[in-house]
Design a protein around this ligand. Structure first.
Ligand code: G6D
Length: 365
């Protein structure tokens, strides 16, 4: 006979673990060389689930209930691996080593010049022609003590996409009771740059476009860009411009503004207020009432409203992704930071550990 206390402890433990199901792994597809690409599905007891692909660290699906318990998939994505392998605008991907642009695909680090392979005109975008969005990570799922998770591990060798230093990266996706939490951790054996982000296109309605979504961004300023989307170095107040989201505004309200003509919508970095892990942006779909709060410890946030989408990109269930079908809230160090003296640093040195957190929270109250 077991003592009653043992039985009670067992019952409590079973009740607790019943909260969130353990991660489920499945094969998402195969690469041309036959290698399988796995996916991890995390689920919580509140009706949320997320599917994360080993290739590209892609959030392929993220199901979130509304106040009435109606669930929608709030990220854009594709149904099969081949679609992810074809050219697409980083849909749902983990970005690295350096999110956003490095002007002229070059920088100087500790007095030494580095030249990178460009992949957007003369510039490097989102880590280069074969960025982390195209890598197969090693996945380590865990039931976790409080929340199920999957840790994605990647070794980026010295010289990868032109960057110095062998980089060890771990990206942990954790499904909390009301949020998807992403933790980045990196070390390098030589001084290098690290500025990872996540490139989910959110649409809280799970259909249509995001013009009616209301957005708040905790930023007094943004970093203006030139015709090639390279920051001019200026930090400009949002006041009196189409970039002002200090009060919640409909995303579509000022999409036709002259300041957005060149980019055909928002594709700009916001200078976030405050420091440390804090709420920096809120998005709300008035129709479903679904809400997203972005929390991060990063100094910048790229708002990108899928300006080039024209319906030719076919997503999950054959849905044609048209203009503004979703929007990205990319937490980051400011674009081109390595070449801009006044911008925050993205340098990681040997012996240091880079740590950063972004939480996509979907409040239910
Ligand atoms: C990023 O800022 C960039 C855009 O310019 C780019 O087109 C997109 O990724 C694919 O958000």
């Amino acid at each position: 006979m077991r003592p009653l206390s043992h039985v009670l402890v067992t019952i409590v433990l079973v009740a607790m673990t019943a909260e969130a199901a353990p991660p489920v792994r499945h094969e998402f597809g195969r690469l041309p060389d036959g290698r399988p690409v796995g996916a991890t599905r995390l689920e919580n007891a509140h009706g949320m689930s997320v599917t994360i692909l080993d290739r590209g660290g892609v959030v392929q699906a993220l199901h979130v209930p509304d106040a009435d318990g109606r669930t929608a998939d709030v990220v854009l994505g594709f149904d099969d691996l081949d679609a992810y392998r074809r050219a697409h605008p980083y849909v749902g991907a983990t970005i690295g080593r350096f999110a956003n642009r490095i002007a002229g695909a070059r920088f100087v680090l500790e007095g030494r010049p580095w030249v990178l392979p460009p992949n957007e005109g003369a510039h490097q975008l989102h880590g280069g022609p074969e960025g982390f969005d195209q890598r197969v990570f090693e996945a380590v799922p865990s039931s976790g003590e409080e929340a199920p998770s999957v840790e994605l591990r990647l070794t980026s060798p010295d010289g990868d996409q032109g960057f110095p230093g062998a980089l060890e990266l771990r990206v942990t996706f954790r499904l909390l009771a009301d949020a998807l939490r992403i933790d980045y951790e990196a070390t390098s054996d030589a001084a290098t740059l690290v500025n990872p982000t996540h490139h989910a296109y959110f649409n809280l309605a799970g259909e249509g476009d995001v013009r009616e979504h209301e957005l708040w961004i905790d930023a007094e300023a943004f970093t203006p860009v030139d015709a090639e989307l390279i920051p001019t170095g200026e930090v400009r107040p949002v006041e009196g411009t189409a970039f002002d989201f200090r009060q919640p505004r409909r995303v579509g309200d000022r999409l036709g503004a002259h300041e957005l003509r060149a980019t055909r919508g928002y594709d700009h970095n916001y200078v976030l207020r405050g420091e440390g892990l804090r709420a920096v942006a809120r998005l709300r779909d008035p129709e479903s009432g679904r809400r997203l709060v972005v929390e991060t410890d990063r100094p910048g946030l790229q708002l990108f409203t899928a300006n080039g989408f024209d319906g030719r990109l076919l997503g999950k269930g054959g849905r044609a992704y048209g203009r503004h079908a979703g929007l990205c809230l990319e937490t980051q160090v400011w674009p081109d930071a390595p070449n801009q003296p006044g911008f925050p640093s993205a340098v990681l040195r040997p012996g240091e550990t880079f740590r950063s957190t972004t939480i996509f929270r979907f409040p239910s109250d």
